[in-house]
Design a binder for this molecule. Structure first.
Ligand SMILES: [Ca+2]
Length: 493
């Protein structure tokens, strides 16, 4: 892969410059560290954006623009096939199954999941002099009571975990309570109640429960975009980190009027077009604020699309492309996600990487970008992706392996072309969720992803030596509490 041509300072030199910048508060000849924007779609599939699927029925010109201006990944994975654990992994660089959450997601009244003594991604960037903000769907729990009391300050919450500023909704848009919160306070208490939407139908599904009087589900995506744009336009002299976890195109699918009918994939597709437009608005804000050239933008999704076989048929649209299964599943459709990174002059335009990466890698990557070394009790599963992003020649894969996790807590481990799944069934939404092996049957699934990307040919019985090797590695990762290289001094390497 070729190195970017406009900015030829090697990574280590940039880090040194970044340190000079941090120490001197902005030495005029040094390259300042970049602003960092992470946009996380909710349930957008690998086959939705056109850059990954030329036959997509969802026009995504803005995400495609990012891909044309940056590096697009074809083998990127969310650490989990559902929302909460992926968010935990992204913001801590650690797999969520190491916490109390060993399956499923949190609800709207769940307590905070992230240990407040843990170094988080925003906390790490704040140490490097960044202003840190999050705008959108939190879904990592609020407060420390068994049931969150929204009348009290929402601590611990995002502002206890490294964010200087947070504005958003507590969890998914189909979980009560339906409120906005800013930093540690709700904007308006959820004093009204709302009936569940038609429980028969998927597309505008939401649970009944408490709601703030002025809360409207349809406002959430536009308001998240509006606040993000506002943040970019008002950013000060400090470099900033902006985390934008959209609550869309997760259900309920609520495209606003200008987007209705804008795709060939029904209401879902229209909502995904609106997500793309939101990405465009944020990119335009970076351009207008004059900071796009020195901003590292990442766009990705927290898990695969919730797109059923009849919907594929109805719209001839493959939201998870040809990967097996869907959101929540342990198969690729559950966790292989679109991922693109753009940093003008540093990341080669229009490049494509087939490197196996995970969203937990953002922590170590941004540590590297800001000249920091992660302590051994942070980012335990996070690998530095900068050698890939900056087009350095690699001797081997960045990651020794990656661990995948499904909605019901089924594990898989991927190393090279091999993927071992502990157990049978999907582990998620696709039936059968689990299968009890018969006498003498294989107890798990082993696929050669390169030869068999559709995960159709289970080689578990044929390749016992691969099963044994990957099982041992997965066991080791679980037992030792980390999966990345550790420093020698820690005694954990
Ligand atoms: Ca999700």
């Amino acid at each position: 892969m070729m190195r970017g041509i406009r900015f030829l300072i090697p990574g280590f030199a940039l880090c040194a410059l970044a340190l000079v910048w941090a120490a001197c508060g902005g030495y005029e000849q040094a390259a300042p560290p970049p602003n960092i924007v992470v946009i996380l779609a909710d349930d957008m599939g690998y086959g939705d954006p056109g850059a990954w699927n030329p036959d997509s029925k969802v026009p995504t010109p803005h995400i495609d623009r990012l891909a044309a201006e940056g590096m697009r990944f074809t083998d990127a994975h969310s650490p989990s096939a559902v929302c909460t654990p992926t968010r935990y992994g992204l913001l801590t660089g650690r797999y969520a199954w190491r916490t109390r959450l060993t399956q499923g997601v949190l609800a709207g009244y769940s307590p905070n999941l992230i240990d407040t003594t843990r170094l988080t991604l925003p906390g790490m960037l704040r140490k490097a002099g960044y202003a840190t903000a999050g705008i959108g769907k939190w879904h990592l729990g609020l407060g420390d009571a068994e049931r969150t009391d929204y009348a009290r300050p929402l601590r611990p919450g995002p502002v206890s975990l490294g964010f200087d500023y947070y504005f958003g909704i507590p969890s998914s848009l189909d979980f009560e309570p339906y409120v906005w919160f800013e930093n540690d306070r709700v904007e308006q208490l959820p004093t009204d109640s709302i009936e569940a939407s038609r429980p028969c139908c998927k597309e505008d599904f939401y649970r009944g429960g408490a709601i703030a009087p002025d809360f409207r589900h349809v406002d959430v995506l536009p308001r998240t975009v509006e606040k993000s744009v506002e943040y970019v336009m008002q950013a000060g002299d400090k470099p900033f980190f902006l985390y934008v976890p959209f609550s869309a195109p997760h259900t309920p699918w609520l495209p606003t009027e200008p987007f209705q009918g804008s795709s060939g994939a029904g209401t879902y597709g229209d909502f995904a077009v609106q997500v793309d437009a939101g990405v465009g608005d944020i990119l335009n804000a970076l351009d207008e604020a004059g900071v796009a050239e020195n901003t590292l933008v990442v766009f990705t999704s927290d898990n695969g699309a919730h797109w059923l076989p009849y919907e594929i048929e109805m719209f001839d649209h493959r939201a998870n492309l040809n990967w097996r299964g869907m959101k929540a599943d342990i198969h690729e459709g559950g966790h292989r996600v679109p991922f693109v990174a753009r940093w003008p002059g540093r990341i080669e335009e229009g490049s494509v990487s087939h490197e196996l990466i995970s969203l937990v890698d953002l922590m170590a990557t941004f540590a590297s970008v800001t000249g920091q070394t992660l302590p051994d009790d942070a980012g335990e599963d996070s690998y530095d992706l900068t050698p890939v992003l900056f087009g350095e020649s690699l001797e081997g894969p960045i990651r020794e392996a990656a661990v995948h996790h499904s909605a019901n807590g089924t594990f898989a481990i991927r190393q090279g072309s091999w993927k071992l799944i502990e157990g049978l069934g999907s582990g998620g939404f696709t039936p059968p969720r689990s299968i009890k092996p018969g006498p003498g049957d294989p107890t798990g699934q082993l696929y050669h992803i390169e030869d068999d990307p559709g995960e159709t040919n289970n080689l578990y019985a044929e390749r016992p030596e691969v099963v044994a090797r990957l099982s041992a590695l997965l066991d080791r990762y679980r037992e030792q509490g980390y999966s990345r290289p550790m420093t020698e001094a820690s005694g954990r390497n």
